[in-house]
Design a protein around this ligand. Sequence first.
Ligand SMILES: Nc1ncnc2c1ncn2[C@@H]1O[C@H](CCC(=O)c2cccc(C(=O)O)c2)[C@@H](O)[C@H]1O
Ligand SMILES: [Zn+2]
Length: 355
Amino acid sequence: MTASSVPATGTADRDLRTFIAGLPKAELHVHHVGSASPRIVSELAARHPDSKVPTDPEALVDYFTFTDFAHFIDVYLSVVDLIRTPEDVRLLTYEVARDMARQQVRYAELTITPFSSTRRGIDERGFMDAIEDARKAAEAEFGTVLRWCFDIPGEAGLQAAEETTRLATDDRIRPEGLVSFGLGGPEIGVPRPQFKPYFDRAVAAGLRSVPHAGETTGPETVWDALTELRAERIGHGTSSAQDPKLLAHLAEHRIPLEVCPTSNIATRAVRTLDEHPIKEFTRAGVLVTVNSDDPPMFGTDLNNEYAVAARLLDLDERGLADLAKNAVEASFLDAEGKARISGEIDSYTSAWLGS
Ligand SMILES: Nc1ncnc2c1ncn2[C@@H]1O[C@H](CCC(=O)c2cccc(C(=O)O)c2)[C@@H](O)[C@H]1O
Ligand SMILES: [Zn+2]
């Protein structure tokens, strides 16, 4: 690289990052507890000083460096342990929405694991009221629309599945903002088909099926998610790239993938960004959405994930706008909500490009 090409590349990258920062966006794969910023984590850690989570935001960077997926889940659960009261839940949810609004996120489907909170003693009514209260405040004050995905922490077993399904389907407790039903945590040793009866009940109650699959195991897990759990979108789906028939199936049936590039590196599911299969997905015609998963834990945010995708997919502003519109299309918003955000994306992009 010549010395003179350095500033030119830097400028183009900066311009694209500025474009991304203002681009209206939707986020479809982001975890509630995994979105706690260093500021929120240190505030919660200070409230609960018996925890092993560092209170110093700088020390958190080391604490959030993972040796593998199992280590990530251990650290994740230590942050779950910081959330002990409905007021902690409300603070977390409201502050997460504020961070989203700063990034021009207009709509987010936030994955929440209510079982992890109810089993730690938070009253279920208090929990639901706290997330709903924060959802309404966030929409009124920041203009960010939140919807919930309740996920089963698969490794916690069928009792967790039963409890999550009850909380998601019982009209007396399920929150108004709930739209979908998921399955998270480790995949190794946690076969997807055992969760079929729970997904059947959730789908019968009107929820959309969005399990994690193919993040840490092979394409057969994605097939299981499709055939047994009736998945309408796939969380990660990274290993789908190993199975051309699966890629063709995802493309033909318009089953979107919720791709989270930096997460896959941080948990060591993929070795390097350059080896990430996102390009193979778009080449096969799969509807790709880009997401942040657990942004502060992975040292990223949604804007950075769009910049990563721009590099891996060689996208310009129009390509990035199309990527943002993929997320709107793949969302569980109604037609009017989709048209509104897509329209905003188009207006912003036209104004930016001066056309
Ligand atoms: N990249 C990710 N890929 C997958 N999942 C991810 C990712 N990021 C965040 N999660 C979240 O981690 C939770 C894991 C919780 C879990 O395994 C567990 C096991 C045993 C007991 C308990 C408990 O609470 O006592 C919890 C999942 O439910 C999911 O929401
Ligand atoms: Zn996830």
